[in-house]
Design a binder for this molecule. Structure first.
Ligand SMILES: N[C@@H](CCC(=O)N[C@@H](CS)C(=O)NCC(=O)O)C(=O)O
Length: 213
């Protein structure tokens, strides 16, 4: 299998960390792709109509996206303990935590559009502030609700890769006043799956047209 990946994407890293934790990473060739809604990547669009990574390319079978679906698929490929709990409240909790993590990445990307990615004259500070608030309320929610003692599940992987990326991009700090979440993250970040998938690189967006042209 091939994974269309990006070394600075929290979603792509989530899928790859999941593959490591599920013990299936050795079956995956990682292929770096740059993506941006302002700069079309034909190889990614050929596999995913949304033009986003990660995408899992399977020999002789349709490609799979997005990161949630890739994780669900990878969990079917091994005989060990499932990382997406199969039933009961454990399942809904893990998926709910994953949803919060996905939302934090989405909010972080939107904050970056409203701070560094969009040309300055097109930025809208109230939108930035609204997404910053979603980040801080999600950090507080995780401080209260993350099941730090539970066996590893997809929600843990999603939160760790989200927080790692938010910190990598210097987005609003999650550490202050959240000792439980911080201690859990620092420990999780030492796992081999996280050490083997470091974040690096910059986002490649289209250059804005020069004023007056
Ligand atoms: N919900 C998707 C989000 C994927 C996503 O937004 N990927 C970013 C990289 S961090 C991307 O490829 N963006 C390109 C674009 O928005 O056109 C997932 O979980 O995989």
């Amino acid at each position: 299998m091939k994974l269309l990946y990006q070394t600075h994407s929290p979603y792509a890293r989530k899928a790859l960390v999941f593959a490591h934790e599920a013990g299936v990473a050795h079956d995956i060739e990682v292929i770096h792709q740059e993506t941006s809604p302002t700069l079309r990547n034909e190889e990614v669009f050929a596999m995913n109509p949304l033009g986003k990574v990660p995408v899992l390319i399977r020999p002789g079978l349709p490609a799979i996206f997005d990161s949630d679906v890739i994780c669900a698929y990878l969990d079917t490929l091994h005989d060990g303990r499932k990382l997406i709990p199969q039933s009961g409240e454990e399942r809904w909790h893990a998926l709910r935590v994953q949803a919060v993590a996905q939302g934090m990445c989405d909010a972080g990307i939107l904050v970056r559009w409203e701070t560094v990615r969009r040309p300055e004259s097109l930025r809208y500070p109230p939108l930035r502030d609204g997404y910053v608030e979603k980040l801080t309320t999600s950090y507080d929610w995780l401080e209260r609700h993350l099941d730090v003692e539970a066996p590893l599940h997809v929600g843990h992987i999603a939160v760790a890769t989200a927080l790692g990326w938010l910190e990598f991009r210097a987005l609003p700090d999650f550490r202050a006043r959240r000792p439980r979440l911080t201690a859990w993250f620092d420990q999780f970040d030492q796992r081999p799956s996280m050490r083997e998938t470091p974040l690096s690189g910059d986002t490649h967006d289209a250059k804005p047209p020069k004023a007056g042209l």
